[in-house]
Write a protein that binds this ligand. Structure first.
Ligand code: PLP
Length: 384
């Protein structure tokens, strides 16, 4: 089957580029090719495009222009906050959760090897972290709290304003990995009350390899990458101007249409959840109501590994994921589901549908229709 004929339901892994983003990027590649650090007019045109994109992103997210720093994506932004804060303080205690993306978890592990201490808060069965848990975990040594806004495996949305308020009352900087949330739910940097926020363009219809870290003005971080002093000395390297412009265009387009898009996605998501739950041994994972609009995630009992389901759906023209793109090929159980209290058997058979604007209710009905046979066929298969 040609890629164009596939039903793509893996938007949380990466989303197709939005028309407006592609249009602005194409113009940028062909017309605004100077280096933004150059002082001649070609360089200045690129500088203007870059600063204009910064202002557009800051405006949508309720931040100051000077708080937006461009990076290569969510992984870099996450690494920067943890590593940067660790270097700034030299020692101390970091609080995060057991359900973060590996960009946070692996960095935290590395910092443990460098003698920082790390607490990983465990969520409840729905993937929620409470302010009380955070309050109890903070010690006089705590240098940073990092809690994701929305989970990439089950879609649960955290109450970030309440969590950030606790951290602030204890004078501890708060970071949120909002990679799955930006462009999908309404977010305002100031209203969230966080100090740092990571985002990534390819999760909301911008290009891959571009992202940003929003840093509250009084809380500077030391650079992660050293060199020519771009991004006000904080993130060296010649800026990816077309990518950054594409990210601004995608974010604007997504935010402008968010109310209708959310209604459209939620209707398809809820129909998919309803249809999936009619199969014996299929359980919804994550918070049933407080979840990302396009995300329907399940565990399928009796199937030895989710890769069987992902491959079987692929053969029938549907692209989905086991939970996160980076773990699809691995035999390991989902660390997110295990942390939520699922046993290792169920944690190995997670299935995630993440819907986007180009999906239709007919496609959802097609998936619901083929699922009983797909599940039954995979239940007889043994681990490879
Ligand atoms: N954080 C979360 C929650 C994610 O889902 C992802 C990507 O899947 C990342 C970080 C990494 O982002 P990027 O692919 O831009 O490096």
């Amino acid at each position: 089957m040609k890629e164009s004929e596939m039903i793509y339901m893996d938007h949380a892994a990466t989303a197709p580029i939005l028309g407006k983003a592609l249009e602005e990027m194409t113009r940028c590649y062909s017309e605004i090719f100077g280096n933004p650090s150059a002082i001649h007019s070609s360089g200045q045109a690129a500088r203007n495009a870059l600063e204009n994109a910064r202002a557009r992103i800051a405006k949508v997210l309720g931040a100051f222009n000077t708080e937006v720093f461009f990076t290569s994506g969510g992984t870099e932004s996450d690494n920067w906050v943890l590593e940067g804060m660790a270097r700034k303080k030299g020692h101390g205690h970091i609080i995060t959760t057991a359900i973060e993306h590996n960009a946070i978890l692996r960095t935290a592990e590395y910092l443990e090897e460098c003698s920082f201490t790390v607490t990983r808060l465990l969520p409840d069965r729905l993937g929620r972290i409470t302010p009380e848990q955070l309050e109890a975990a903070i010690t006089p040594d705590t240098i940073l709290v990092s809690v994701m806004t929305a989970n990439n495996v089950v879609g649960t949305i955290q109450d970030i304003p309440a969590l950030a308020k606790i951290a602030r009352s204890r004078r501890v900087p708060f970071h949120t990995d909002a990679v799955q949330a930006v462009g999908h739910i309404s977010l305002n940097f100031r209203k969230l009350g966080v100090d740092y926020l990571s985002l990534s363009a390819h999760k909301f219809g911008g290009p891959r390899g571009v992202g940003a870290l929003i840093c509250r003005v009084p809380n500077p971080l030391p650079p992660l990458i050293f060199g020519g002093g771009q991004e006000r000395g904080k993130r060296s390297g010649t800026e990816n101007v077309p990518g950054i412009v594409g990210m601004a265009a995608a974010l604007e387009q997504r935010t402008a249409g968010m109310t209708e898009e959310t209604a459209y996605l939620t209707a398809m998501r809820d129909r998919l959840i309803d249809g999936m739950m009619r199969n014996d041994g299929v359980f919804l994972t994550g918070d049933p109501t407080n979840r990302l609009p396009g995300m329907a995630s399940f565990v399928v009992a009796g199937v030895k590994h989710s890769a069987f389901l992902v491959n079987a759906l692929n053969e029938r023209g549907v692209c989905v994921s086991s939970g996160s793109a980076c773990s699809t090929a691995s035999r390991e159980a989902s660390h997110v589901l295990e942390a939520m209290g699922y046993d290792s058997g169920l944690s190995r058979c997670a299935l995630r549908f993440s819907l986007g604007q180009e999906n239709t209710m007919d496609e959802v009905e097609y998936v619901i229709g083929i699922m009983p046979a797909v599940i039954e066929a995979q239940r007889t298969k043994e681990m490879w």
